[in-house]
Design a protein around this ligand. Structure first.
Ligand code: SF4
Length: 361
């Protein structure tokens, strides 16, 4: 099935992208995004050019983009929302230089610094995750990759958490070789998070101590070990729209099951301090583009949600189907009750590991 002409191919070039001063934005051709969604639902992937047309669309198109994206989201996930709970099991002290990260060696941000937490702290966090209706407990350490002590700590705690709570475990431990990936699978880790973070061409501008290919190889190791891959990125780091599209397609090619999309919260003291300029509308267009390119994958609005989407947060859930509940690694999230209320007001449901959880009270 063919679709209406894209905003770029429209004879009216004013409809593409941010409008020059003095040129008012105009709507894209009627039905354009809806036709794209129909094609996706019929099993035909959109092209890179079409993905770019979503990012280049006028802000006036945001309602139409979200309405079309919601058709895809609803087809695969109905109105369900999956909640994730982040546990920073080791903070700071990282030898890498990821420019966006407050825990890197080049960051001067005053973040907590501690080595991997003891059993009781990790179990207490699991209790809180379960109490908050989270489906997944994300156990995160700041590291280039796990050392032997950290591997053993994870291998010890994961079976205990899974025995006591109805939680899936996602481990975010940095770069993993194939042996480490197999050990994580053997101890019961369900999924590993390792974000691509940006496009291959932009990667060297945000990190010099490891490469994009290092990250891709970790994901391959995770996949080959039989675990699910959670991988997404951070938008708003000075990348081009083409970079965002490239990352979305790389994630699709890798077959990742879960895609967290962060919107840069440029923390003071990091090299990217002062650069977080992404508008709420552009963030929503990006989230929708990830949904169009990865139609049946879990899409999570991650860090920067409250800061950048503000009052528009609920609109993000028309294309995304997942949130973190509670705080992020080094920044505050909104109160869990505010998330429950938002989901309730949308008429959506929280889905736990095996059953829907109550969001009353
Ligand atoms: S490897 Fe992880 S913890 Fe270390 S600087 Fe990069 S993002 Fe931060």
């Amino acid at each position: 099935m063919s679709v209406a002409p894209s905003p770029q191919s429209s004879s009216n070039n004013e409809s593409a992208g941010k409008q020059p001063t003095g040129n008012p934005p105009v709507f894209s051709p009627p039905g354009y995004f809806d036709a794209l969604a129909t094609r996706v639902l019929e099993g035909s992937p959109i092209t890179r050019e079409e993905a770019l047309s979503i990012l280049n669309a006028s802000d006036l198109d945001v309602p139409a983009i979200l309405a079309a994206g919601y058709r895809i989201r609803h087809h695969y996930f109905a109105n369900s929302v999956q909640l994730y709970f982040l546990m920073s099991a080791k903070s700071g002290l990282c030898p890498e230089d990821c420019h966006y990260c407050s825990q890197s060696k080049v960051s001067e941000a005053p973040v907590p610094k501690y080595n991997i937490l003891k059993r009781d702290d990790l179990m207490e966090a699991a209790r809180v995750a379960a109490e908050r209706g989270a489906k997944t407990y994300c156990l995160v350490i700041s590291a280039r990759g796990p050392n032997e002590r950290e591997m053993k700590a994870v291998e010890t705690i994961v079976p205990e958490i899974k025995q006591k709570y109805n939680l899936d475990i996602c481990a975010c431990l940095g770069l993993l070789d194939d042996d480490q990936a197999k050990r994580l699978k053997a101890c019961g880790v369900d999924r590993v998070n390792h974000n691509l973070n940006s496009s291959e061409s932009h990667y060297a501008k945000i990190c010099t101590t490891h490469t994009y290919e290092d990250r891709v190889q970790t994901l391959r190791n995770v996949r080959d070990a039989g675990m699910e891959m959670c991988s997404g990125g951070i938008i708003g780091m000075g990348e081009t729209k083409e970079d965002i599209v490239s990352m979305a397609f790389d994630l699709a090619d890798l077959g990742v099951q879960s895609i967290p999309v962060n919107i840069l919260n440029a923390i003071d003291g990091t090299p990217l301090e002062g650069t977080d300029a992404m508008s709420a509308q552009d963030a929503l267009k990006s989230l929708a583009m990830f949904r169009f390119v990865n139609p049946d994958r879990e899409l999570r609005i991650a860090g920067g949600r409250e800061l950048h989407l503000r009052m528009l947060q609920p609109m993000g859930l028309y294309v995304a189907n997942s949130l973190f509940v509670g705080d992020y690694l080094t920044t505050k999230g909104q109160a869990p009750q505010a998330d429950y209320d938002m989901i309730n007001d949308l008429g959506f449901d929280i889905t736990g590991s095996c059953e829907e959880v109550s969001i009353d009270g």
